[in-house]
Design a protein around this ligand. Sequence first.
Ligand code: ASP
Ligand code: MG
Length: 466
Amino acid sequence: MTQQMPRIVAKFGGSNLKSAADLHHIGDIIEAYQQPIVIVVSAFFGVTNFLQEMLWKCRTDEQTILAGADFLKNMKQELVNSVISDPILRAEAFEKIDFRLRQMTRYLLGVHYMGDAPSFAEDTVLSYGEQFSAAILSGLLKSRGLEAEELLPDTLGLITDGEFGNATVDFSASCQLVRKALSKHSFAVIPGFYGISPAGKINLFGRGGSDYSAAALARIIQAESLDVWKDVNGFMSADPKLVRNVRQIPEISYTEAAELAYFGAKILHPRTMEPLLDDSIPIRIFDSRKFRGSLKAASIVHEKREIHSTIIKSVTYSDDFGVLQLAGPGVGIKPGILAMLTRELDRRGINIKSVITAQTSINILLSLNDLELAADLTRRAAPELVKNITVQDDVALIAVVGEGILETPGLAAKVFGAVYEKRINVQIISMGASPVAAYFLVDQKDRTEAVRAIHHSFINNGVERV
Ligand code: ASP
Ligand code: MG
């Protein structure tokens, strides 16, 4: 039967998937929509990490494969038993999960015999976490009498550009197929995190990539909104674990959200905004802990750009930044050095997070995991520069984000004034690369105090609220 095309995509992340009670809660939320929706699910909390660990250990230890598969089987069986009441639907879910566990086991055995995981095997194994969730949630919805169906990305036709580990959706290849498949079901349940390469292989969208899956589907159906369900209170003026008196941000622009995500706020994957910008599809962030029957968003991300009275809407930080520095007379202006560096790093798939140059130094900001390898590659590519290469891994990056940051006179002075008052030394500063964000590096040990000082000075206006 052909249904009406759903108008909303709702995504449920791993933080909402910790127990059988969470699954029931998600069932209640889906029913509260009272209209057809497309549902995207992540893996259960911790499962992707568990699969990653198995992939690593199974290279040398065959035992981990059976033990791991058993562990997952028991966990999933328990969930199926407690959330799917209908015996036929329960058997159907068991069968799907068993089949996928057997496939997963075969891939892992392959990895064991080869002693290494080729990228297609890695992407396939890591995708099972989402595939288990989708099998269970679709069973639960059906057993509640909803017209639900699990649709895997291959049935759906969610086609990628073919890049393993960090794929992008090919919209022109996917659009028609996906629209057709989605128009047939009131509640399609789709595992997030991956699509299918033109050659038919599983391609991941990168860690945390279910947000991107959901955004891509929202664009394909031209949704009224992408609803992201989390267990936090939407976007906040700072991490509430670090700062007291944080404020919720009810509305935020795409650019602000993208910068916050990029600089460490873990609320959305930085690529979530990408598919939505052209069609101005808003993202509504919901706090599942607060759901009591009605759908009230904690934050809305949209194209409207508004300058707040505090200018800075949020101060965020990331510990996952390190600096690779090349110092020496003239390195910053010598032609070719930067090109050589970026080429070498790109060849090894190392993502450069930011570059800041001066006449006498080039500073490349990288993820901590990439730092040593990047330094090694640079030493090998430019032996004449070896004595000038240093690595700094004990830094933290602090970013302030808000529309109007660049245009506001005295803003930088106020930010650094607040930090200076605490006698914190500021290292590299970058302003102007983004119209809505500025960032700087401090010693790791000063990170929390710097965040607090800025938040206190801007958001609380120097006044503690009670
Ligand atoms: N399960 C995947 C991860 O942990 C994708 C996601 O949750 O968005 O990275
Ligand atoms: Mg996530």
